[in-house]
Each structure stands twice: as structure tokens, then as C-alpha cells.
Design a protein around this ligand. Structure first.
Ligand code: ZN
Length: 194
């Protein structure tokens, strides 16, 4: 896991937790989430905002597989986002979830809301690993996340379905079995319930 020294508190922090904060005139600082949120709260006049670092949580999916989730709190102008993510090779990957709230909302209550959302999602299986490889499972509804596929350089996305990375080609093969059927594609913000 690549670590970067926070220019606020000096703590060596995983690179995915580092935020570039500042502007062209005053320059940019590399800050950990705690230092970033503290500065953002001061700038927004949110005197009561208290950053919280949540410990990782283990949750079990529909197949009984255990997933370890890390959390990140991110304060932005009009709200606070709480992210949950797994790590793959030291970087966020696999299942990823987010909830967004007003900055005044209690972060522990927000964590409870996020974990309920994660439980609901982990209970659902969208793809089956059958004798012909990966297939779209019974109800024929697929939910997932659109990610960046470094190998494709932006010409095709990487999909994350059931916490598994699925290439666009692989997904195409899974859909090709439904020739003659219709489909409906909706794209929603990460914080929405789908
Ligand atoms: Zn810091």
C-alpha cells in the first residue's frame, strides 16, 4: 500500500485517503481525510463538525463469503459523504458503497444507514458462475458500479458486479445469450439506492 505523508498532521496515510486541498493562488496541500475535513469544516463555518475514523467492518455476502470494508468520511460544501470500500492490492476495489447526508447529521447514525444499505446489496446475487462461465442470474436484473479499466484506456469501462470485476467484453458475452430480449439501462449516483 503506497503511503503519503499528510502535510497537516504529518501522519503517513494510504494514498487513496489523501486529498489535494487548496487553490491555484495559495497552492495545494496533500491532506489526510481528517485534516481535510477539519479545514473544510472551518472554511464552511461548521464549528460542530467532528471527523470520525471508523474501524473496518466484516460483512458476509449471499454466498457466505466474508468481505472486509474500510470507511472514509468526506466533507464537501453542502454535505458529508461516507464511503465503504474493499481493498484490492492496497487500493479501493470490489464492492463500493456511499451514503450522503447533511453535514450536521450524526456520523454514527450515517454509518448505521450505510451498513444497512450494504447488507441489502450483499444479500443479492446478480451473476452465477455456471458450467458455461459467468451468467446473469435468475431475476435478470444487474446492479453494479462503473469503474475505470486501465487496460482499456477509457474506450470501455470495467464493471463491478457482486464485488467482482467484470470486463466490458465479459459482460457483453453474458448479455449476448439474451438475443431478442429488450433491456433497460439506468445510471444512478453512487449514493442512491438502486
Ligand atoms: Zn493529516
Amino acid at each position: 500500500m503506497r503511503k503519503v505523508k499528510c502535510e497537516g498532521c504529518g501522519r503517513r496515510t494510504p494514498s487513496f485517503e489523501i486529498v489535494n486541498y487548496g487553490g491555484i493562488e495559495q497552492g495545494y496541500k496533500q491532506l489526510c481525510r481528517r485534516c481535510f475535513n477539519t479545514e473544510a469544516a472551518t472554511a464552511a463555518g461548521l464549528d460542530d463538525f467532528q471527523h470520525v475514523d471508523f474501524e473496518p467492518v466484516l460483512l458476509t455476502d449471499h454466498a457466505g463469503k466474508v468481505h472486509k470494508f474500510h470507511f472514509g468520511v468526506f466533507l464537501f460544501g453542502t454535505g458529508v459523504a461516507l464511503d465503504a470500500f474493499e481493498l484490492r492490492d492496497g487500493n479501493p476495489g470490489g464492492y463500493q458503497f456511499q451514503v450522503v447526508a447533511e453535514p450536521e447529521e450524526d456520523l454514527l447514525a450515517l454509518l448505521g444507514r450505510l451498513i444497512e444499505k450494504m447488507r441489502r446489496a450483499l444479500a443479492i446475487k446478480h451473476i452465477d458462475d455456471g458450467e458455461h462461465g459467468l451468467q446473469i442470474a435468475g431475476p435478470k436484473v444487474v446492479r453494479g458500479l462503473i469503474d475505470w479499466d486501465a487496460e482499456q484506456g477509457g474506450s470501455a469501462p470495467l464493471l463491478v458486479i457482486d464485488g467482482q470485476e467484470i470486463s466490458w467484453d465479459e459482460f457483453g458475452r453474458m448479455v449476448a445469450g439474451f438475443e431478442g430480449f429488450q433491456f433497460k439501462l439506468e445510471i444512478r449516483d453512487k449514493s442512491e439506492e438502486i
